[in-house]
Design a protein around this ligand. Structure first.
Ligand SMILES: Nc1ncnc2c1ncn2[C@@H]1O[C@H](COP(=O)(O)OP(=O)(O)OP(=O)(O)O)[C@@H](O)[C@H]1O
Length: 854
């Protein structure tokens, strides 16, 4: 490559900020200069050049480390350090030059009328030729350099002065093209490259046309691409595409010839085309995804804006004429006496709902939430304010037989509530075996108070969210059981029965009993916050009653908040009375037998209770009563069909009972089992709170003496060790009876003693008590249930640990009086009472010796 030295030194116009001017193109820029003498000198020079249509060298500045370059640019200093000049530039003609802030058109000192210290000039420069900077000729008062014109097109060196057009008409557009700026030597290679580049250029124009450029510009661009030679085209396209400063400088200073520059340009333009194509593809994808919903949303927004302009907007009134449901919901919510937080939350959500298109998923979520809010009983009460204790007593008595202790406690509770004018106080927890009327007592309390009743079954609830609800962010979120109950009741003061509170379980999702703590605490539950509603709801007017089968599995903090009322199982006599007074009348009317005389005498009911049921409550008994009523209903219906009503007999004798119910299900096993040595009746207490009999059988089998010696009872025979050649098996028959461990200790020892003595224990005896190694009998739980079970099982003598004496008071007196209840401290006493003649009168010659190993 050769170059032609241009003789006259040229003034330098530095291009900061990564700007590069290519030949053939027009660059518009603003120069901000301070009013110091140096800057003014260059401005003077530039304006002189402008008037003479002379040249400046537009030379890109190399970026400096740090922020110095920026500072210089800000100062608008045209006197840059010569070292920062890039070695190549473009000789340019100044097409226009104007002061824009306060100047008077042409540049010069006269234009410095601005009050500012700086003057901003708008400059338009037309690139003519690539130049190489040979030397800095002068740096004061402004930079002047000597340059060589690069022979870019195969040796033809243009005469710079000759190509400068006389007219300065290029101001209108930046891409206006001047075909006379360079001369192309059309080698075949360059021609081919030029064609390729033109192709690329047209493709680029096509892509740009989608960016909604004015058609005039586009058609001019196409025309120019078609007309320009390869070199011109390369410069034109280079100015149009995204290039880094380095790439621009590389194209500006390309010294290997035009072909190389065009080739590089083809590459860069192709890259730009790819980028545009990819971004267009992404855009189309995104647009498709935006889909119908978003479009509708945007349209709605526009519609709202148009309505607003027309003064028809419903934004102020908040009424959506298009959605009557929304309007109704809003009205309902506005008329509700909502507490402050709830009012705020509903107002906010109403606003959101109004702005949201109906088919957005969140729309439905907000609407459901607002419906919940509108249906909550914020201040609706039921029943009278004051409690009528006498009326409540009558109601409880009418609904339930017996249960005196429980009824008394409930009435006390209500009386205190009446005096205090609210029912705040410990929550009542009814604990007892299944079927003893806990749930129905709760219902009866609600009736007595004239309040609504709702039962929440807590059995199997394992997730905290079931009590306290899910946050609205979850799909399908709902309020918890408590808030659901409140909505269903529709009043603020219902009686809510928390059934089976002992069956709450916990797992990884949290502890539901922890959530219940807040519900059951009278001091806190006026601001119970469900996760779904997320505003406090007042539960302080609710009367909570909990029920459980046993207290052991209820968490201690929960237990602490409740007052426990034990409901024991019923005795046979009580069951018979319940059947007579409640179960039978109900079943008679259920089976349509009101018109006839149904008579189930007491002895029949007693047989039904003793031989057909073995339960603490009255559920099975009720079922049997129902079965009898069904039988009578069939007989009565037949009698009507046969017109022989006289033949119908509504009396059920004990014999007839067997015809109806079949063979008795339970017989008294105690006396039978008590006859054989090694068999003892223990007493069990199952986890559901029911008591039962537990038979323990010990048996000798040939073997190797497998049984650990029990420390307290040395059992030795005349011929040495009793376990020689035998194994002892201890069996607990009646698999259906739930067994608990330690409380059968005394019974197991007694069974072993009975076995080795070969002496049966006395009949109709049962015992319970834990054993220590020293022979002490320790207290056990469930005494009441166990004694009632023993009574039901026909036991006449019960051995109980001495320290359980206090529990016996709770046993109904008729049961206590009908049994021989003995309290024992040691195994010696147990054995003494268990055998008819004590242990001394052994038939086997085996002696029982008590010795303490401690
Ligand atoms: N003392 C009673 N007087 C009249 N009816 C009774 C009495 N005890 C129980 N019942 C009746 O027995 C049936 C069962 O009672 P309920 O369902 O209340 O039992 P529960 O103790 O809640 O049992 P669970 O622990 O299994 O829930 C009810 O129909 C109830 O009316």
């Amino acid at each position: 490559m050769t170059s032609l030295t241009h003789t006259k030194p040229v003034a330098v116009l530095p291009l900061s900020g990564g700007r590069v001017l290519f030949p053939g193109l027009v660059l518009r820029m603003q120069i901000s200069v301070s009013r110091d003498s140096d800057s003014m000198a260059i401005i003077d020079n530039i304006s002189k050049q402008f008037t003479q249509a002379a040249l400046v060298a537009c030379v890109p500045l190399l970026q400096e480390e740090g922020s110095k370059g920026t500072k210089e640019h800000e100062k608008g200093d045209l006197n840059v350090d010569p070292k920062r000049l890039f070695g190549f530039g473009v000789a340019a003609r100044i097409v226009s030059f104007k002061a824009v802030n306060g100047g008077k058109g042409k540049a010069g000192r006269s234009s410095a009328a601005s009050s500012s210290n700086r003057i901003v000039y708008a400059v338009a420069l037309e690139g003519l030729h690539r130049i190489k900077i040979d030397a800095v000729v002068k740096s004061e008062p402004f930079l002047q350099v000597s340059v060589s014109t690069l022979e870019t097109l195969g040796g033809l060196s243009p005469d710079l002065s000759g190509v400068i057009p006389k007219s300065a008409t290029l101001e209108r557009t930046q891409i206006e093209w001047r075909s006379a700026t360079e001369y192309a030597l059309e080698t075949p290679e360059l021609k081919a490259l030029g064609a390729t580049l033109a192709q690329c250029g047209l493709e680029l124009t096509e892509l740009l046309s989608q960016l909604q450029l004015p058609t005039q510009v586009l058609s001019q661009l196409r025309k120019t691409i078609n007309e320009a030679n390869a070199s011109q085209l390369a410069d034109l396209l280079a100015s149009m595409i995204d290039l880094s400063v380095e790439e621009k400088l590389d194209l500006l200073a390309e010294r290997e010839g035009v072909a190389k520059r065009v080739e590089k340009c083809v590459e860069l333009v192709t890259r730009q085309i790819q980028v545009l194509k990819i971004s267009q593809k992404i855009q189309t994808n995104v647009e498709n995804k935006l889909g119908k919903q978003q479009r509708e949303y945007i349209l709605r927004q526009q519609l709202e804006a148009i309505k607003k302009e027309l003064g028809e907007s419903d934004a102020e009134s908040g009424e959506s004429s298009a959605d009557p449901e929304f309007a109704a919901l809003k009205k309902r919510l506005e008329t509700l006496p909502l507490p402050e937080e709830a009012a705020k939350s509903t107002k906010r959500e109403l606003g959101r709902l109004k702005r949201m298109p109906a088919n957005m998923p969140e729309h439905q979520i907000i609407r459901t939430y607002l419906e919940w809010m509108s249906e909550m009983p914020w201040d609706i009460m039921s029943g009278s304010d004051s409690v009528d204790v006498q009326k409540a007593k009558m109601q409880l008595d009418a609904d339930h037989f017996g249960m005196d202790g429980v009824k008394k406690r409930v009435l006390e509770y209500l009386a205190v509530g009446k005096l205090k004018k609210d029912l705040k106080g410990p929550i009542l927890c009814l604990i007892g075996p299944p079927g003893v009327g806990k749930t129905s007592l709760g219902k009866s309390v609600a009736n007595a108070l004239g309040r609504k009743f709702y039962r929440i079954s807590l059995g199997g609830v394992r997730d905290e969210a079931e009590i306290r609800g899910h946050r609205r962010t979850y799909v399908g979120a709902l309020p918890g059981l408590i808030i659901q109950a409140m909505r269903k009741c529709g009043v603020k003061n219902p009686v809510i029965l928390l059934d089976e509170i002992d069956k709450l379980t916990r797992d990884a999702r949290g502890d539901p009993s922890a959530a219940l703590l807040e519900v059951l605490d009278p001091e806190q539950n006026n601001t119970f916050t469900d996760h779904y509603l997320s505003v406090p709801f007042d539960l302080s007017q609710v009367l909570f009653i909990a029920t459980a089968n046993e207290a052991d599995t209820i968490s201690a903090p929960l237990m602490d908040r409740m007052e426990v009322i034990q409901i024991p199982g019923y005795t046979f006599a009580e069951k018979v009375s319940i059947a007579q007074t409640h179960l039978l009348p109900k079943q008679i009317s259920t089976h349509g037998l009101d018109a006839v005389t149904v008579n189930i005498p007491q002895n029949t009911l007693m047989r039904m209770a003793t031989e057909y049921t073995r339960e603490s409550g009255v559920r099975t008994l009720n079922r049997h009563v129902a079965a009898v009523c069904r039988h009578l209903a069939v007989e009565y219906a037949r009698a009507i069909e046969r017109h022989a009503l006289d033949s119908f007999n509504g009396t059920v004798s004990p014999i007839k009972l067997e015809e109806i119910l079949g063979q008795p299900h339970f017989v008294s096993e105690v006396s039978e089992r008590g006859m054989s040595p090694g068999v003892v009746t223990g007493l069990a207490w199952s986890s559901d709170g029911a008591g039962g009999l537990l038979f323990i059988e010990a048996m000798k089998m040939p073997g190797k003496g497998k049984l650990k010696r029990l420390g307290i009872v040395g059992v030795g025979g005349p011929d040495g060790d009793l376990l020689d050649g035998i194994d002892v098996h201890i069996h607990f028959p009646a698999g259906a009876t739930p067994k608990d461990g330690p409380s059968a200790g005394a019974a197991i020892v007694t069974a072993l003693v009975s076995l080795f003595l070969d002496q049966p224990v006395r009949p109709h005896i049962a015992m319970t008590g834990e054993m220590t190694l020293r022979g002490q009998v320790c207290p056990v739980g469930g005494i009441k249930e166990k004694v009632l079970a023993a009574h039901r099982g026909g036991v006449q003598r019960v051995l109980l640990p001495e320290r359980n004496r206090k529990d016996v008071d709770e046993i109904p007196s008729d049961v206590r009086n009908s049994m021989d209840i003995c309290f024992v401290k040691t195994i010696g006493e147990v054995l003494g009472l268990a055998f008819e003649d004590g242990v001394s009168g052994s038939r086997s010659g085996v002696k029982v010796v008590y010795e303490s190993k401690l």
